[in-house]
Design a protein. Structure first.
Length: 288
């Protein structure tokens, strides 16, 4: 058997195996261009009452949240997903009081410094995308003046419309983005065209909230939650925080993501779940 014939046989056997396993050949196809995923600690926060995020449950109980940023190295460029709390917080010894006094946030190391340790300048980032515009995700948006912004049109309109505060946004953290090139989305988007990095529309927490499906060659598929859900028990019980923009859409988005998890056999990485985040290796380590 020639090498080419052998390759054909192996490929067709793989196709049979994937069909037998109930997977579509599409879902089995390995994305070509994605290389690495770095995770950064982009803040730690503490609340005195977690029930703001789980109405009626654990009332008056303190809770600690993680907050991550994610850098994807793809052969076509660097994509940064979320930017955490503003780097200014790193210089505040007592931290920042946020969410109307409900949270105290700290930032152990500025994001720009964490990127620099990898040899990445903020101007090297070619694509920037946010799960949403709350200040714990868009806090450093203004640091990336040349990146192309990928955002849902509804989120963009809320952020740059007449009443951004109504949605809990703080324009001072992201107002320079007005000058960035922008791709306004009306749903999902395959960012690099090879299926490796796909923005998933998951509205509810904010009008145009989005999550990110990342399909890594060795690690497999991972979904970066954004604030589609804040911690594991809210996911299991489909609980919606009191501050969410739309409760029904929030539950629909969770159900939708559950379908994507099943389709790609994906892991769900819940951004603000401290226990779960502690298990994820942080930069300069990376996942492939
Ligand atoms: Zn958040």
């Amino acid at each position: 058997m020639t090498a080419r014939a052998l390759t054909r046989t192996v490929v067709s056997l793989m196709a049979v195996a994937s069909l037998a396993a109930g997977c579509t050949p599409m879902a089995e196809k390995r994305p070509a261009g994605i290389e690495r995923l770095y995770v950064f600690n982009c803040g730690e926060s503490r609340t005195t009452d977690v029930s703001r995020w789980s109405p009626g449950v654990n009332v008056g109980q303190p809770w600690e949240f993680s907050n991550n940023c994610y850098l994807i190295r793809h052969s076509k460029g660097l994509l940064l997903w979320d930017t955490g709390f503003s780097d200014a917080v790193a210089a505040m010894p007592e931290g920042l009081v946020a969410a109307g006094g409900a949270l105290r946030a700290r930032l152990p190391k500025a994001l720009a410094a964490q990127l620099a340790e990898l040899g990445v300048k903020t101007t090297d980032v070619s694509i920037i995308a946010f799960s949403h515009f709350h200040p714990d995700h868009a806090g450093n948006a203004n640091l990336f003046p040349v990146a192309t912004l990928y955002i849902q049109e509804t989120e963009y309109e809320a952020a740059f419309g007449p009443t951004p505060q109504k949605f809990g946004f703080q324009p001072a953290t992201y107002d320079k983005l007005r000058a960035n090139p922008v791709v306004k989305l009306k749903g999902d988007q395959d960012v690099f065209g090879d299926g490796s990095v796909v923005i998933l529309s998951t509205p509810g927490h904010t009008p145009g909230h989005q999550s990110l499906l990342v399909r890594l060659p060795k690690t497999g598929a991972v979904i970066l939650s954004g604030d589609m859900v804040h911690f594991e028990s809210n996911w299991t019980n489909r609980r919606v925080p009191s501050m969410n923009f739309n409760s029904a859409e929030s539950v629909k988005s969770m159900d939708r993501v559950a379908g994507v998890i099943a389709q790609y056999n994906a892991q769900l990485w819940i951004n603000h779940d401290k226990t779960q985040s502690a298990r994820v290796p942080k930069a300069p380590q990376y996942l492939e």
